[in-house]
Design a binder for this molecule. Structure first.
Ligand SMILES: Nc1ncnc2c1ncn2[C@@H]1O[C@H](COP(=O)(O)OP(=O)(O)OP(=O)(O)O)[C@@H](O)[C@H]1O
Ligand SMILES: Nc1ncnc2c1ncn2[C@@H]1O[C@H](COP(=O)(O)OP(=O)(O)OP(=O)(O)O)[C@@H](O)[C@H]1O
Lengths: 228, 228
């Protein structure tokens, strides 16, 4: 059971604290602003008002006992650097910092932060990637150059058996799962039916609205998508 | 070939424009600040200085010709609302807006924006989820309640054949792919060898450092991870 400190309760810090709590984790929430501390008080394990650049104050609230500290105290790089360094000096095993710019992030990495998060850049890149590949629902990079892609079954395969599509032969891409949109038994409650076929058989019939999970090299996946 | 307008070249807008261009897309970049326009000028198809709340100016630069507009002009909700409405009235088929708070996002949804992005919340939730499930490298939600998870092979399966692990029998989870860390032929260049086995056979030997791609219901995946 790991304990987390979230230092700085802006939108990012607050969402981190909320999600950790929703995932059953213990959270120590810290902010210099008493209103922020009060707003989150009922949600987290402990909420404490504290100037995190004050080393003695951080020590006094027991930051040395946490396993992970997330530092998200806004634009001022000096303050972030100070807080990160203090956490590390007090022995916090893992320190993560939010940064606005890559320049600031590099400074934080130089002083040894374990991970830097760039919210605007990361969500922008995800959005742009999704916009550039609109037929793709989700994408995960398995290892360098190998992707896992979720996409609606292309119209030309509708009505075919999986083996008739010859997707693997033509594209070197594997259909790892099929999400059925149809063929559900109306007499059985929806949440008791398996909508996902984890182990597609060659004789599965592909229907309109089905979703395919594909695994393959990125260029093969791209070629598959372009040719639909 | 879709054309994109990015209105507002803060960190988010700039990263959207850069990523779209990197993905081969046409980008019209717009900002009221001439410095921002100049900085991005070499990268995008067109960069234009313009007050996006000025309907005539937006029309004059041809916003009605784009397929997708991404609006990321900062904190002022009134300005964002105005720009979103103008884009929609001028016939832009898809309008996406960045928002800081869920409250602002709801206003934008009410006026018909097709999608709202919350960079701080979304990246915070991703970080927190990753922190709460540290043995998981990547996670994708296939459909509600069904996940695709990438994780290192648990120590107790090292040295076993895939079928000996009985992962499917015990956990109702499918091993959809295995990323080999070993067993590569040192005489063959790395980039010519297939590190990923898309179609794992029951007789594959699992080695230390291998990575498994698992598909299953979330509660089964969680149980699998907890029991390792
Ligand atoms: N020295 C400090 N010690 C503790 N908390 C601090 C300190 N300095 C700033 N904070 C808190 O950090 C929080 C985040 O700061 P701010 O809202 O300026 O940053 P932000 O990075 O823009 O936030 P967001 O996460 O919304 O993007 C605020 O609640 C602020 O009170
Ligand atoms: N009416 C407008 N028309 C065009 N551009 C505008 C307008 N108002 C603001 N902008 C531009 O939008 C950009 C983003 O604004 P700002 O940096 O305030 O927002 P932000 O949402 O905090 O950005 P970030 O993406 O870095 O989080 C700025 O470059 C600004 O010049």
């Amino acid at each position: 059971m790991r304990t987390f400190a979230v230092i700085g309760l802006g939108r990012f810090g607050t969402a981190v604290a909320e999600t950790l709590v929703a995932n059953g984790q213990e959270v120590l929430a810290i902010d210099i602003d008493p209103d922020k501390v009060e707003q989150i008080g009922d949600l987290v394990t402990h909420a404490v008002q504290c100037d995190a650049t004050d080393e003695r104050a951080l020590k006094a609230i027991g930051i040395d006992n946490v396993d992970v500290a997330v530092v998200s105290i806004g634009e001022a790089i000096e303050a972030s650097v100070l807080v990160v360094m203090t956490c590390m000096e007090l022995g916090v095993p893992e320190v993560i910092a939010k940064s606005g710019t890559v320049k600031q992030g590099k400074v934080l990495e130089k002083i040894g932060v374990h991970r830097v998060v760039y919210p605007e850049r990361e969500s922008a890149m995800r959005l742009a990637h999704a916009l550039a590949t609109p037929n793709q629902l989700e994408h995960l990079e398995l290892v360098k150059g190998v992707g896992v892609v979720e996409m609606p079954v292309p119209p030309r395969y509708v009505g075919m058996l999986l083996r008739e599509t010859q997707i693997r032969t033509h594209y070197n891409v594997n259909v790892a799962a099929v999400v059925r949109s149809h063929g559900l038994d109306p007499r059985v409650p929806l949440n008791e039916q398996d909508r996902v076929n984890f182990i597609p058989s060659p004789d599965d019939l592909l229907r309109e609205g089905d979703i395919l999970l594909l695994i393959g090299h990125e260029h093969d996946l791209a070629r598959f998508q372009e040719e639909q």
